[in-house]
Design a protein around this ligand. Structure first.
Ligand code: ATP
Ligand code: MG
Length: 266
């Protein structure tokens, strides 16, 4: 099982949309997928068709050692498994502080199901908190969704520094898999310019797939489905399906010794 965090401490940049649609897209192309909702907002849970209010156990109980991960999995109508989250998770920040191995609790829990899946995707909250740290410590790689706008690069260095710290202290395997351009509007000159700048600075670390701004992706969560399942014919769905294929290819590259380049090259 390869584990990827979808992370960016900026809010509203498309993390959850990316996590649920990539999960659904990977499932569509035959991969076994587990989606972890590490955000107290519970958007990935709801967007996967699971009622966050009706849950008796969530990833919170797993983190504090009160439940086994394999017993709280829920199957999404979009055909992948979910480790659901809800507002209870906000308490984990405080509850975990005094616990042993507080940053490795998700990692240890995920080990118990590693044979059941090809991909595990972790939807992180918009912060560099202990929850996000648990995600990064568990993961092989990070996917960073970015909007191609003026302030897009601001804050990226904080995220890259956090990732480097995690690499040095907890998880040598962690790599930035790539930056994903999302909510892209090709009619905007600024979008084109920022996109070109990203390619220039980050080279191969920028995914080839670009996710367009597409209203069907925004409408899908209210139907409890990822856009990829809600309207497969939409441009947004097609882009996320293409991204799923690109991820499978990058995962294969990750298994070969030369690629991708180490974090130091970012
Ligand atoms: P948060 O930081 O609060 O967790 P997030 O980074 O997870 O936010 P999303 O919830 O995925 O961001 O997206 C923010 C908003 O933008 C949502 O209303 C979502 O439906 C919309 N959105 C995301 N991607 C697209 C897209 N490609 N086209 C149109 N709307 C989009
Ligand atoms: Mg989110």
């Amino acid at each position: 099982m390869k584990i990827f965090c979808v992370a960016n401490q900026k809010g509203g940049v498309g993390k959850t949309t990316t996590a649920v649609n990539l999960a659904a897209g990977l499932s569509k192309i035959g991969q076994r997928v587990l989606l972890v909702d590490l955000d107290p907002q519970g958007n990935a849970t709801m967007g996967s068709g699971i009622n966050k209010q009706a849950l008796t156990s969530t990833i919170y109980q797993v983190l504090i050692g009160a439940a086994e991960l394999k017993n709280i999995r829920v199957h999404s109508p979009a055909d992948y498994d979910v480790l659901p989250g809800n507002r209870e998770l906000a308490g984990a920040e405080i509850d975990l502080v005094d616990m042993e191995q507080r940053e490795s609790r998700l990692k240890n829990a995920l080990k118990t199901v590693s044979g059941d899946y090809d991909f595990c995707l972790i939807d992180c909250p918009p912060s560099l908190s202990l929850l996000t740290l648990n995600g990064l410590v568990s993961a092989h790689g990070v996917i960073i969704p970015m909007q191609c706008e003026y302030f897009a690069l601001e804050g990226l260095s904080d995220l890259v520094n956090t990732i480097k710290r995690v690499t040095n202290s907890f998880n040598k395997e962690l790599k930035i898999i790539g930056l994903l351009r999302v909510m892209f509007d090709p009619r905007m000159t600024l979008s084109q310019q920022v996109s070109a700048q990203l390619e220039k600075h980050f080279g191969e670390k920028v995914f080839k797939t670009v996710i367009p701004r597409n209203v069907r992706l925004a409408e899908a969560p209210s139907y409890g489905l990822p856009g990829v399942v809600f309207d497969p014919s939409s441009r947004g769905a097609a882009a996320y399906l293409q991204f799923a294929q690109e991820m499978v290819a990058r995962m294969r590259a990750l298994e070969s010794p030369e690629l991708p380049k180490p974090l130091a090259d970012v």
